[in-house]
Write a new protein. Structure first.
Length: 78
């Protein structure tokens, strides 16, 4: 048996219904830090390093995504 249920709601309504926390303040703080880093004339390497550290998945998660993409598309050519 297969049952399909369609629900029309906004992302905010879905988040509340599922009991997930509102991470808007965290997201806003993250974006503000990234903007400050870019405005202060940091190099692209420094920005990349900050993104890896500040990102929600960290370096380990980035490696997992890289491996997944390599499996789908083949290894990156450098």
């Amino acid at each position: 048996m297969k049952v399909n249920v369609e629900v029309e709601c906004t992302p905010e309504e879905a988040r509340r219904f599922m009991g997930l926390p509102d991470l808007t303040p965290v997201h806003d703080a993250y974006i503000a830090q990234m903007q400050d880093a870019m405005k202060n004339g940091m190099s692209s390497e420094t920005i990349e390093s900050l993104m890896k550290n500040w990102g929600p998945v960290g370096e380990t998660g980035m490696k997992v995504w890289q491996q997944l993409l390599e499996q789908v598309t083949g290894p990156a050519k450098r």
